[in-house]
Design a protein around this ligand. Structure first.
Ligand code: HPA
Length: 240
């Protein structure tokens, strides 16, 4: 087992879906996977491995925020030799080009976090998605949601604050093409690059920072399910 994941070597599949909420990890395992088995309950941050259409796949909670995501991503890459991580999360829309329940596939993730600034000693690194996973997820989205849900590919903003002291700073990012805000993708993309692995973040819009609109729990479950199907199909079609 690693410091924060109570799995034995080999218990985690090469491909891992990562929701922030560990109870979402449980829901994904119970709803989508066959023969799912829980491999860790350390700190209540559940992880499961099962199969989907015959392929082994794991689901691991990341917790909220980049420091928490970085702990789990680091251990998945270094202690369990995980090859691909697909974050499946929620985000807040920052522009009226998006609507609640839309899906955002993040091509890159800007951030206000100091994690990369410290790592690169003040230089700005541009954390980006793995192109193969990104393309596979976009292609899968056409089959999974068709025209029922808008799917956007573009930049997101990984914030360290759910309640930012100066929200206007993040809003400036919109002028430069940023679509939505969440709290984990930037650290995930950076760590995947460091370890030569693949990463992608797919998010459903749970709330709208411009209109104030929010989704109901039932709507969140429905759109979350479509996103999981997209992630699983992207994982399957890119697994070598
Ligand atoms: N801010 C940060 N993360 C989020 C939000 C938000 O408004 N909505 C969903 N994840």
């Amino acid at each position: 087992m690693s410091t924060h994941i109570g799995a034995a070597a080999g218990e985690i599949a090469p491909t891992v879906l990562m929701p922030g909420d560990p109870l979402r990890a449980k829901w994904i395992a119970e709803t989508f996977l066959e023969d799912a088995r829980c491999y860790t309950e350390v700190r209540g941050m559940y992880g499961f491995t099962g199969t989907w259409h015959g392929e082994r796949v794991s689901v691991q909670g990341s917790g909220m925020g980049q420091p928490s995501m970085a702990i789990y991503a680091n251990e998945l890459f270094t202690d369990y030799d995980v090859q691909s991580v697909i974050r499946v999360g929620s985000c807040g829309a920052m522009t009226s080009d998006l609507a609640v329940r839309d899906i955002v596939i993040a091509s890159g993730a800007c951030t206000d976090s100091s994690m990369n600034r410290i790592r690169f000693e003040g230089l700005d690194y541009a954390p980006v998605a793995d192109f193969g996973l990104l393309r596979a997820a976009y292609d899968a989205s056409r089959a999974v949601v068709g025209s029922t849900t808008s799917v956007h590919v573009g930049l997101i903003f990984s914030s360290d604050s759910f309640y930012p002291a100066r929200p206007e700073l993040a809003a400036r990012m919109v002028e430069y093409g940023v679509l939505a805000v969440e709290m984990e993708a930037s650290a995930l993309y950076t760590l995947a690059a460091k370890h030569g692995r693949r990463a992608l973040a797919i998010c459903t819009v749970s709330d709208h920072l411009v209109t104030g609109e929010e989704t109901s729990a039932q709507e969140r479950e429905q759109t979350f399910g479509a996103m999981v199907d997209i992630a699983l199909e992207a994982a399957r079609s890119t697994s070598a």
